[in-house]
Design a protein. Structure first.
Length: 316
């Protein structure tokens, strides 16, 4: 299935995630059929979509007329076979239960056209396990939308061993057309975002448990350091800017005091041995030209300056 062949979309589930996903596709111009088991669920979902769009228009992140556009493109039904019969792209967004999802996928494979792409919105469940045995497994793919899906910009595209490159590329192109930012990863627990988030959440809770600081001070420490720097850089570029040697040295110390899992992974030690110290040597996790370094530092400083201004205005 090529991106240009995708015009009709079915969303299975109208709850917390499903209604926002359906809204996003309809706003982008796709013909969307949103399915749920009960009319009450669909009525609640359409009310939420209307409220979402009105708020987005008010805040300037959706154009005027978005409500009319979405409801012209969106249909709702409790009849799943009719919802997916003519769909080119299907998003299963049912409850986060592997047994339920696997059952739904097995049924979708029979109800959908053979060439339709079948995707599942999940934050951590194995896509491979969920889609095992599905006819034409090359068309199955994971899509981890973040909550709220109509606002959060990232969509993780999850590739199983069976997923074809064409399916990945079509899903990536469609995600961009929705105004979202796709990242692709192999199927593994937690994918990218949840696994990264897990490391921060668990460590924060562990520090609270150890009595190192209050919950408020731990949260403030994250918001005013990682929360300011990571959005503009990401964790690996952060190392490149700070220096691979600096981070390896610091993490070696942490590893010696707190346990091996706090030490640097082999990839960081290998890069250090290769002399890839980050921007000061032209490359670390990334490679850089002098022009790229100047641009990155300029963007970082502009971002931080703006964020500091915002913080100061709140305290005045």
């Amino acid at each position: 299935m090529k991106p240009e062949q995708v015009t009709k979309v079915a969303v299975i589930g109208a709850g917390t995630m499903g209604h926002g996903i359906a809204q996003t596709f309809a706003l982008a111009g796709y013909q969307v059929s949103m399915n749920a088991r009960h009319e009450t669920s669909l009525s609640a979902a359409t009310a939420k979509i209307r409220s979402n769009l009105e708020a987005m228009q008010k805040n300037g992140i959706a154009p005027e007329g978005s409500v009319d556009k979405v409801f012209q493109n969106l249909k709702t039904t409790t009849d799943r076979p009719s919802a997916v019969k003519e769909a080119d792209f299907v998003i299963e967004s049912a409850t986060e239960d592997p047994v339920v999802k696997k059952e739904i996928f097995g049924e979708l494979a029979k109800e959908c056209a053979d060439q339709a792409i079948l995707s599942t919105n999940t934050s951590s469940i194995s896509v491979s396990e969920m889609t095992a045995g599905v006819k034409n497994g090359f068309r199955c793919v994971g899509m981890h939308w973040w909550n709220p899906p109509h606002l959060m910009p990232l969509v993780e595209i999850v590739k199983t061993e069976a997923t074809s490159d064409e399916t990945i590329e079509t899903t990536r192109v469609i995600t961009r057309r929705l105004g979202k930012f796709p990242v692709v990863c192999k199927d593994h627990p937690g994918f990218l975002g949840v696994r990264l988030q897990n490391s921060i959440v668990v460590e924060g809770a562990r520090m609270l448990q150890e009595g190192l600081a209050s919950a408020e001070d731990i949260d403030t420490a994250v918001k005013l350091t990682l929360g300011l720097r990571l959005p503009i850089m990401g964790p690996l570029r952060l190392v490149d800017l700070g220096g691979m040697d600096v981070f390896v040295g610091a993490y070696d110390y942490l590893g010696s005091k707190l346990g091996e899992k706090y030490g640097p992974p082999d990839i960081m030690r290998d890069l250090l041995k290769q002399g890839r110290l980050g921007i000061k040597k032209g490359g670390g996790f990334y490679s850089y030209t002098p022009e790229e370094i100047a641009k990155i530092l300029k963007e970082r400083d502009e971002w931080l300056t703006q964020k500091v201004k915002e913080l100061k205005s709140k305290t005045q």
